[in-house]
Design a protein around this ligand. Structure first.
Ligand SMILES: *Cc1c(COP(=O)(O)O)cnc(C)c1O
Length: 369
């Protein structure tokens, strides 16, 4: 068998002819951005698909984080997780907010609610948790804490497209949630994202904020940013929405195959489905116990690479170890033992809708020895 490179992900691409038909419509209309008809349609269809009343499209998944913090007037300190993509913490920094890192629950990789309260100070104004790998946070526990201390919650739900708990969208939790539609995510618009809110008033305000603060032709109500999604990407997004269910099901089948084989390998653990949760299988992280497995995480990672199987050490290194953040008190490794352990043992296996049985065998053969 040909030993072609297996990448960790592969973008969900619309049918090219269908896309060309929509592009022709855009060319004919000459309306290429600024709340065009595809933009409006995608907002409507996405809200229906995700079972949320309101959302606002953005040009990527980072600006909704930054904008949510602005909209809720968050200042001072925000409690967050070091086990995420850097954009989570960067959004705080860009708002002049001090990130306070709290350790994770080793079972889910999400912020440990039991450790949030001790991190609260008089300066704390909000919590920014992440549904890591699309695994839902304990939203009920986090809500209870927030209610007690009068804080806000912004969920970074970049991994949690379509995830539901007991038939309810995970995006309904907290004050707002953000999504990323980057090429590497389960659902993509090449670059793109969204902010999910719960009422019409907030939606209106967010729509102003993502368009320089314009509330009309001549009125600017706030120092807004520019984060509008253009018509080309909105049209692309409409086509991808039609095939995302099939893509998620293909990922689900991959997860089943991986688990079947990996369950019997000593020193490798993975995450099972959670009861009552509709998962999106956005990532398939495995965790290496070097002693039991007989090889360190990095040794396995490079061995797979030699066999042309690209895993990803996602999330490694931790955000708290990067130059900007490493001097914060909360960044000290003693404060984050579970996060360090997970970051040092994880490899995300290739996971996307195009993987075949042959691929699975090659991937698993690169791990079994
Ligand atoms: C991808 C991602 C983002 C950023 O999204 P972009 O669309 O790349 O700006 C934010 N947070 C998490 C957890 C992500 O995985």
């Amino acid at each position: 068998m040909e030993n072609k490179l297996i990448t960790v992900t592969s973008p969900l691409l619309p049918n090219l002819e269908e896309y060309q038909t929509l592009l022709k419509e855009i060319w004919d209309s000459k309306w290429i951005t600024n709340n065009g008809s595809f933009h409006k349609q995608l907002e409507k269809e996405l809200a229906a698909y995700l079972k949320v009343p309101y959302l606002s499209l953005f040009t990527n998944g980072t600006l909704p984080l930054i904008t949510a913090l602005q909209a809720l007037r968050i200042t001072g300190e925000v409690i967050t997780t070091p086990y995420s993509f850097v954009a989570t913490t960067h959004s705080l920094w860009w708002n002049g907010i001090k990130p306070v890192f709290v350790d994770i629950d080793p079972a889910t990789g999400n912020i440990d609610p039991d450790k949030i309260e001790t991190a609260i100070t008089p300066k704390t104004t909000a919590i920014m948790p992440v549904h890591v790998y699309g695994k839902p946070c304990d939203t009920q526990r986090i809500q209870e804490i927030v209610d007690k201390y009068g804080l806000k919650i912004i969920y970074d739900a970049a991994h949690a497209f379509g995830v539901e708990v007991n038939g309810e969208s995970i995006l309904k939790a907290g004050d707002m949630s953000t999504l990323s539609f980057h090429a590497t995510k389960v659902y993509n618009t090449i670059e793109g994202g969204a902010l999910v809110m719960h009422d019409e008033q907030t939606k209106k305000r967010i729509d102003y904020l993502k368009n320089f603060g314009f509330a009309g032709e001549t009125e600017v109500v706030a120092p807004g940013i520019n984060s509008k999604m253009d018509e080309m990407r909105a049209a692309y997004g409409l086509l991808n929405l039609k095939q995302v269910d099939a893509a998620i099901e293909a990922r689900h089948q991959m997860a089943i195959k991986y688990r079947e084989v990996l369950r019997s390998i000593d020193g490798i653990t993975f995450m099972d489905d959670m009861p009552g949760v509709k998962h999106n299988y956005s990532y398939f992280p495995i965790f290496i116990d070097a002693e039991k497995y007989g090889m360190t995480r990095d040794e396995l990672y490079f061995k797979m690479k030699e066999k042309n199987v690209l895993g990803r050490r996602y999330f490694y290194p931790l955000i708290s170890t990067f130059t900007t953040y490493r001097r914060l008190e909360s960044s000290q490794p003693e404060n984050l033992p579970n996060a360090h352990k997970m970051a040092e043992s994880v490899i995300c296996l290739p996971m996307h809708h195009k993987l075949t049985q042959e691929h699975v065998e090659r991937i698993l053969n690169s791990i079994i020895y």
